[in-house]
Design a protein around this ligand. Structure first.
Ligand code: FES
Ligand SMILES: [Fe+2]
Length: 449
């Protein structure tokens, strides 16, 4: 892909310095609040990687569409009459006006409000007003909406890549596919999104959101201590640290809290109720995947660059309400070096009772979302991170941030050699290699020529 911006000498040096220091667990703070880094990310990371863009259940019927973003560019995700999903840049080929202005809907075509060029929901240009008076020789076939060259999905999660030379989604996911199958593959009817995504803006850098879900369990001991104290999650904080950090390849990672054995009184199968567990389609998982799923208390992870997810049981009122398991996903839209438009969805397995779906939704909204108690705990420190990264003093001193937890000689985390799944695996979760793997992949794209 041709890049528009050539990094300045300063930024080039910063990336080189980061390459040298990353394996020692040091990251220059500037990458978390710098306009040039932000612009390069849009041009190099978001146009090359596979980016989550919608869930299939949001556009189930022919003609359904939603408006979404890759980096900062708006895309229409539409389902054509043939059932195929198209990811189209929302920009008229005449002058660039947005051709679609509703957030979601159903339409066979998109009519540009400026001069009236009309596009089918597959992106084909089908109408030009006064064609014979003005455009007789124009070949409509060459002037359709720009379309993402690659679109594919896994468990209904639709991803798109703008890079014509991108590997397949499966290849891109690498070992992460095994874990996605384990987490999302047990329900024969698949998944559905409840409602429309929550959206709001926070003054933080998108990488902090991704990093948090890549495996920052360390912060739960402090940031969420008060929530553990009131018993919102049915496992004590120290026991919750007993689990695995998995670098699944290509910057993707998973963090698993897991029961030591089946006699442990804590949640199994992420705390899912019996009625859901009984309906599992066991044949979809290998024995190894099933065994890990069985002992899982909670899972969180990040698919590089900015798609995060969590599956966890919580209760808003431990004395009165039993914990309910929710599954929530995020898209960290980079709105600026110091601004994220946070998008987040709650999903439920389709073939479950209405009661479970409602309990799950309630638990998910209690925990995350603009008024979610975990969410508010998390985003306050994130604002400090981006401000410090842009501060004069941090800038002048060229401060490095510390990602050394669990590196050789630093703690108790050990590499696991008998893990049945793919990836580099560490136990317990007192370690930050998962974050380093995210930044290694980020550097790979940012340093590409
Ligand atoms: S800008 Fe769309 S028709 Fe002119
Ligand atoms: Fe958190």
């Amino acid at each position: 892909m041709p890049y528009l911006t050539k990094p300045s000498e300063n930024t080039q040096k910063l990336l080189e310095e980061m390459t040298e220091l990353l394996e020692a667990g040091l990251i220059p703070s500037r990458i978390f609040n710098d306009p040039e880094i932000h612009q390069l990310e849009l041009e190099r990371v978001f146009t090359s990687a596979w980016i989550f863009i919608a869930h299939e259940s949001e556009i189930p019927g022919s003609g359904d569409y939603v408006l979404r973003y890759i980096g900062n560019d708006p895309y229409i995700v539409s389902r054509g009459a043939d059932g195929k999903i198209h990811v189209l840049l929302n920009a008229c080929r005449h002058r660039g006006a947005h051709v679609c202005r509703a957030e979601k809907g159903n339409s066979a075509s998109f009519l540009c409000p400026y001069h009236g060029w009309n596009y089918k929901n597959t992106g084909d240009l089908i109408g030009i007003p006064a064609y014979n008076d003005g455009y007789k020789k124009l070949n409509r076939a060459e002037w359709g909406l720009l379309e993402a060259p690659h679109v594919d999905s896994i468990h209904g999660f639709i991803f798109a890549s703008l890079d014509p030379d991108a590997p397949s989604l499966e290849e891109y996911l690498g070992g992460m596919k095994w874990y996605m199958d384990m987490i999302f593959g047990l329900h024969d009817g698949g998944w559905e999104v409840i409602g429309t995504p929550n959206r709001w803006i926070i003054e933080a850098n998108w990488k902090t959101g991704a990093e948090n879900f890549a495996g920052d369990n360390y912060h739960t001991l402090t940031t969420h201590k008060s929530l553990f104290d009131i018993g919102i999650y049915p496992v004590p904080p120290q026991a919750n640290m007993s689990g695995y950090h998995i670098q699944a390849g290509n910057g993707h990672s998973l963090s698993l809290s897991i029961a030591p054995n089946m006699d442990d009184p804590g949640p199994k199968f992420w705390g899912l109720p019996k009625e859901v567990v009984e309906k599992f389609d066991k044949g979809k998982l290998s024995a190894e995947q099933y065994e890990i799923a069985m002992r899982s208390r909670n899972s969180m992870g990040n698919i590089f660059p900015n798609f995060s997810f969590i599956k966890v049981p919580i209760t808003p009122d431990p004395k009165r309400i039993p914990p309910a398991t929710f599954t929530r996903v995020w898209y960290w839209r980079p709105l600026g070096p110091d601004k994220i438009e946070e998008w987040t969805w709650i999903l439920v397995p389709k073939n479950t009772s209405q009661e479970f779906k409602e309990n799950s939704y309630r638990a998910g909204m209690t925990a995350f979302g603009p008024a979610g108690i975990f969410e508010q705990d998390d985003t306050t420190p994130w604002k400090g991170i981006v401000r410090s990264a842009g501060s004069v003093n941090f800038g002048q001193t060229g401060v490095h941030l510390n990602y050394q937890m669990g590196l050789e000689g630093m703690g108790v985390a050990k590499k696991v050699t008998d893990w049945p799944g793919p990836g580099n695996v560490y136990y317990p979760r007192y370690e930050e290699r998962v974050a380093l793997s995210l930044y290694r992949q980020w550097l790979h794209y940012m340093s590409s020529k």
